[in-house]
Design a protein around this ligand. Structure first.
Ligand code: NAD
Ligand code: MN
Length: 471
């Protein structure tokens, strides 16, 4: 590694997988200026939407062709269990490109109810050059949520993958060319946050920037946008998502146990919607703890390349130390470790933390309110529905919440009362591509991902007022 390159380090065993140049601030400026010219040339924005759709559908085909490569790259770079990549991330990414491709020629503006001598209508237009800055936990899936609608609506996109996980997006950039998407329409610029990301956030050519990552970085990007060209910013950030389990929740059987375990431990809990706060009715607390502990014991902690692995390593040593420090400090304050809590050896050079569930955490402990971003869930008891909703809302985040009851009044009271952008009832789910995804409170704002609503992030509305003569 030199000061202008990044080592891509395997979370599994610490080996260096690749060394990738860091895109400098000066190179970012050249890329965005050049992207502005590509946009102005209309080589992409001037195509019929149907033709952009066809090119993006070809891209999806090529991603399908290179499925195994893409899965391996994300699994290696992020330390993600290979089955998660093959069953979740990569099919999801391909589906996303297809969904937005198919939508390209199905977008409509509106006609206003003006008096007869006027025709007033609205239409949505691309910004020109747009940017995306991505996290490392779902590298290709997050890239596809941005690439799909940004390109389908005619923009030129400059995308910065996370420092640790650039390889799948770089591969997709090469597939885009192969699919016939003109050169310069999709640029993947690997690099670090302070160099490459910061340059994009303050770049004068970038009209809109969609960020997914931590709340701390989101704040910086908003400041950079405010102090540069006031680019439009969409922020998809952290979470501390609750799952509210009512007294009848056990009636969901294994769906409840599997749902809560997946919510808490998928991608080693390094997930924005990780269900890290299990709020359980006091009458079933002990039974639910026992069932979750039994279920967690069946999750294999292992190397990401092993198809039997459910929980892989955490992303790096800094993260492992931070996660373990939060657990140890909660335990020192009186929390009880129901399972996990201490690192296990899988491969030297990797840091593996097993599914960890804490009960009896003292009120006020930071582990109850801060995003830990590791395989750690806490359990808290409630006695009334009002209390559960208040507990759910007691953190600064508002990304997702799960509600487990078959009582429609309790379910809907939670769905209405919990401040979060996405609620799932009787499941842990972010919804599919047809359903918008975005956070409330300090989990984000500025536009949804997925669904036709995603186009609002990547287009701007124009109102056209036409005074008609002789009518
Ligand atoms: P991060 O904020 O550390 O980094 C995200 C990206 O921002 C990276 O590409 C990084 O290089 C870049 N960056 C860092 N500093 C920057 C700066 N000053 N200017 C511009 N860019 C900069 O986040 P992470 O560790 O990669 O990802 C984990 C976080 O992402 C968690 O908080 C998680 O909840 C969140 N996340 C949110 C969603 C969502 O949809 N809401 C999805 C996935 C992850
Ligand atoms: Mn980070």
């Amino acid at each position: 590694m030199t000061s202008d390159s990044l080592d891509i380090v395997s979370p599994a065993d610490g080996t260096v997988l690749a060394t990738i140049p860091i895109t400098s601030a000066a190179q970012v400026a050249e890329h965005t200026a050049d992207a502005a010219q590509v946009f102005a040339s209309r080589v992409w924005s001037g195509l019929a939407p149907r033709e952009r759709a066809a090119a993006l559908l070809r891209l999806a085909e090529l991603m399908e062709r290179d499925f195994e490569t893409l899965a391996r790259l994300d699994s290696e770079d992020a330390g993600k269990p290979i089955t998660e990549a093959t069953e979740g991330d990569i099919p999801g990414a391909i589906e996303s490109i297809r969904y937005f491709a198919e939508a390209a020629d199905k977008l409509y503006g509106a006609v206003a109810s003006t008096p007869g001598a006027v025709l007033a209508f609205t239409q949505r237009e691309p910004f020109g050059v747009v940017a995306a800055i991505l996290p490392w936990n779902y590298p290709l899936a997050m890239a596809a949520w941005k690439i799909g609608p940004a390109l389908a609506s005619g923009n030129c996109l400059v995308l910065k993958p996370a420092d640790a996980t650039p390889r799948s997006a770089l591969h997709v950039a090469s597939l885009a060319l192969e699919a016939g998407i003109p050169e310069g329409v999709l640029r993947v610029l690997p690099g670090t946050g302070p160099i490459t990301g910061a340059a994009l956030a303050s770049d004068p050519h970038v009209g809109a920037l969609s960020f997914t990552g931590s709340t701390a970085t989101g704040r910086r990007i908003l400041v950079a946008a405010a102090e540069s060209n006031l680019k439009r910013v969409s922020l998809e950030m952290g979470g501390k998502s609750p799952h509210v389990v009512f007294a009848d929740g056990l009636a969901f059987g294994d769906d409840l146990i599997d749902g809560l375990l997946t919510a808490a431990f998928v991608t080693s809990g390094q997930n924005c919607t990780a269900g890290t706060r299990i709020l359980v009715h006091e009458s079933i607390h002990d039974e639910l703890v026992a069932r979750l502990v039994a279920g967690a014991a069946k999750l294999n902690v292992g190397a990401p390349s092993d198809p039997e692995t459910s929980v892989g390593p955490v992303i790096n040593s800094v993260a492992a130390d931070r996660i373990l420090a939060a657990v140890n400090s909660a335990v020192a304050a009186g929390a009880n470790v129901a399972c996990g809590g201490a690192e296990v050896d899988v491969l030297p050079g990797g840091r593996y933390i097993p599914p960890t569930i804490l009960t009896h955490v003292p009120e006020g402990d930071p582990i109850l309110t801060t995003e830990i971003f590791g395989p750690v869930a806490t359990m808290q008891r409630f006695s009334t529905r009002e209390e559960a909703i208040a507990m759910a809302n007691s953190v600064e985040y508002g990304l997702h919440a799960g509600v487990w009851t078959k009582n429609i009044d309790d379910a809907m009271a939670c769905a209405r009362g919990i401040e979060a952008g996405v609620i799932s009832v009787g499941a842990y789910s972010e919804g599919d591509l047809t359903s918008p995804f975005g956070g409330w409170k300090q989990s984000g704002f500025g536009g949804a991902e997925k669904s036709l609503r995603a186009f609002d992030q990547w287009t701007r509305e124009k109102a056209v007022w036409v005074q008609l003569q002789g009518q």
